[in-house]
Design a protein around this ligand. Structure first.
Ligand code: URA
Length: 210
């Protein structure tokens, strides 16, 4: 059983501020299991009680997990005073306190980003020992060769580290080579640095899978 104050539940689910929630409750807009409750500190079992607001069922979510297709030009951060962040892009009904991106994409990188308020989940997903695979598609300045594929497989040498084995696959070999890279680390600028170490350059980067 998980008992919580009614006003706290309403505020945590982003239906109102704590004060606004109190007013809503006093107005008689909120019912628990079909009975109007007018006390803000009324205790609710978040697992079994049914809370309604003006007759509509409130789905109580302890944590939120969102998949965003991040556009280029937006910062992977919770808040920033000067630039637009991925959290700023969320529609109002999904915004709530404590949301942050679980892992980062560079400002110019696009693609899959998980946004959550579950710190434990983010920690487990990001811990190096978890080896969660991430797949990227990259447009490169130059074609790759068999030597590049072998180097990715045995671990690319960067100035400060040797990467874990990674897979490099050619998707399109034309004027703008398109490749798929599968890594299980997430060091700063890792994919871009791996190609730089091979004398190539990433021109566009998109994460397609975690
Ligand atoms: N590797 C990079 O270089 N940048 C990203 O945004 C993600 C992985």
């Amino acid at each position: 059983m998980s008992m919580e104050r009614l006003d706290k539940i309403l505020a945590s689910q982003n239906t109102a501020s704590r004060k606004g929630a109190g007013a809503m409750i006093r107005r008689g807009a909120v019912a628990v299991n079909g009975n109007v409750v007018r006390k803000a500190d009324f205790k609710v079992d978040t697992q079994s009680d049914e809370v309604t607001i003006n007759g509509e069922i409130l789905v109580i979510r302890k944590f939120l997990y969102l998949m965003m297709n991040k556009p280029a030009g937006v910062l992977s951060a919770a808040r920033d005073t000067r630039v637009r962040t991925v959290v700023d892009l969320l529609p109002p009904e999904l915004k709530r306190r404590g949301l942050f991106p679980a892992g980062r994409l560079d400002k110019d990188t696009e693609g899959l980003l998980i946004i959550t308020d579950d710190g434990g989940f983010a920690h487990r997903m990001l811990a190096p020992k978890s080896h969660v695979f991430k797949v990227y598609e990259a447009v490169l300045a130059r074609p790759v060769d068999a030597g590049d594929i072998a180097a990715f497989e045995s671990g690319v040498e960067l100035s400060d580290m040797t990467c874990l084995p990674a897979q490099l696959q050619v998707l399109e070999d034309g004027g703008r080579p398109l490749v798929r890279v599968r890594i299980r680390e997430g060091k700063f600028h890792q994919v871009k640095r791996m190609f730089l170490a091979r004398g190539n350059e990433v021109q566009q980067l998109k994460r397609v899978q975690i």
